[in-house]
Structures are given as structure tokens and as C-alpha cells.
Design a protein around this ligand. Structure first.
Ligand code: HEM
Length: 202
């Protein structure tokens, strides 16, 4: 196996391994009432948007990583298509819910704008990925799906960063507006860098 293929494979395994606990946490948050009671109380004021967001985002996070496994795509293209459609519907639900929740998010205007923009880009990149595959443009579809999953993955990076910033001694109120941006902007930058680095020389 070429070194770059081995790195890609290790990266996908790592993404899936990190996504699973946070995806399961989201389902526990919705169906078992675990997590921060203040979030639970705030979400109870917008139950439909909250359920769409948490369940849509949680399952999208759980299944999305598997869509990048080349062996799975080649062996079961039919499954890839169906999982892809389900994933995009979950992103639609999660994104619309997230956009609504953004208006009442903790952390003031900075956090609210960060989350709202994240929701808009999440919906936009999903739509672009879908439109590309409808016109059979696989290369463009793959690029948009990478961008889209990088945004789905914000749920993971946000919680890792909150933990890290908390461990450095900063209060939640200080950390939260920062991670509302830091959870997704570097993910997108990383994907763009990866796409540029792998672009064939002219
Ligand atoms: C990528 C687009 C996403 C956007 C725009 C977004 C937006 C938001 C917003 C605005 C809140 C409320 C924050 C507050 O009230 O302070 C929230 C909370 C939450 N989100 Fe997301 N989110 C996204 C992705 C995800 C994903 C993929 C999951 C699944 C794991 C998820 C699961 C949750 C959960 C469980 C909460 C409750 C708070 C907590 O326990 O941390 N979100 N999200």
C-alpha cells in the first residue's frame, strides 16, 4: 500500500473512532436525558428543533465516516448510495435544527453567529454534494462530502476543545464563544489544504 493511502486509511479509522462516542452521547442526550441540565432545559423550549438537531446530527456523525471507506464503496455501491441519501436527510434535519437553536445558544452574539454560520455551511455543502452526484460528477461530490463531514465533525472537535480549554483553567463562559468558531474553521482549513496538496500538478 502507498504511504499516502495508509495515512488516509488511518485517518478514516481515527475519525470513526472519535465520532462513535460523541454520536452515542447525542442519542443519550436525546433519549436518556444525559448531559448538561442547563442545555436540556433550554432545548426543552424548542423540542422539535432540538430533537431534529441532536438525533439528525448524532446519527449523521455515526454513519458519515463509513462513507469514506473505499473498500465499502466498491463492494457495496448500493449501500453507499442509500446511506448517503439518509446521511444528507439527517444533515438537513440537524442543520435546520441547529440554525434555530443558534438563536438561543449560550455565549452571546459571537457564539450565536458562529453556530448559525456553521449550520448554513453544513446545509450548503450537503446540497452542493448532492447536486454534484446528481450530475454524476464524482470528484466534486467527494470534495463537498469531505467539507460537509468536516463540519459534522465539529461536534467532536468542539467537545475536545472545550475539555482542553477547561483543563487550561478557563471558564466555560470564556471557552464557549471561542469554540463556536474553533470547532469548525480549522476542520475546513484542513480539508482545503488536503485537497490542494493532492491536486495533480498542472
Ligand atoms: C455541524 C453543524 C452543527 C451546528 C450548526 C450545531 C449547532 C448547535 C447549537 C446552536 C447548539 C446549542 C448550543 C447552546 O445552546 O449553547 C448545539 C448543541 C448540541 N449539539 Fe450541535 N451543532 C452541529 C452539529 C452537531 C452534531 C453533528 C451533533 C451530534 C453529535 C450535535 C449534537 C449536539 C448536542 C448533543 C447538543 C447539546 C449540548 C451539548 O451537550 O453539548 N451537534 N448544537
Amino acid at each position: 500500500m502507498a504511504p499516502s493511502a495508509a495515512i488516509s486509511r488511518a485517518g478514516i479509522v481515527m475519525l470513526i473512532a472519535l465520532a462513535i462516542p460523541i454520536g452515542l452521547y447525542a442519542l443519550g442526550f436525546q433519549f436518556l436525558g444525559i448531559g448538561n441540565p442547563e442545555f436540556q432545559a433550554r432545548f426543552a423550549r424548542l423540542p422539535l428543533a432540538a430533537a431534529a438537531h441532536v438525533v439528525g446530527g448524532g446519527i449523521a456523525l455515526l454513519i458519515g465516516g463509513f462513507q469514506f471507506v473505499a473498500r465499502f464503496r466498491v463492494a457495496a455501491p448500493h449501500w453507499h448510495r442509500w446511506l448517503g441519501r439518509i446521511y444528507l436527510l439527517l444533515v438537513l434535519a440537524g442543520g435546520l435544527g441547529g440554525a434555530i437553536l443558534a438563536f438561543q445558544a449560550t455565549g452571546g452574539l459571537v457564539a450565536r453567529v458562529g453556530f448559525f454560520l456553521l449550520a448554513v455551511l453544513w446545509l450548503w455543502s450537503g446540497t452542493a454534494a448532492y447536486r454534484a452526484i446528481r450530475r454524476r460528477d464524482v470528484v466534486t461530490h467527494r470534495k463537498w462530502m469531505m467539507r460537509n463531514y468536516a463540519l459534522t465533525f465539529a461536534a467532536v472537535t468542539l467537545r475536545m476543545e472545550l475539555g482542553l480549554i477547561g483543563a487550561l483553567g478557563y471558564e466555560f463562559e470564556v471557552a464557549y464563544p471561542v469554540v463556536a468558531w474553533l470547532a469548525w474553521v480549522p476542520n475546513l482549513v484542513l480539508v482545503e489544504w488536503w485537497l490542494l496538496a493532492r491536486r495533480p500538478a498542472p
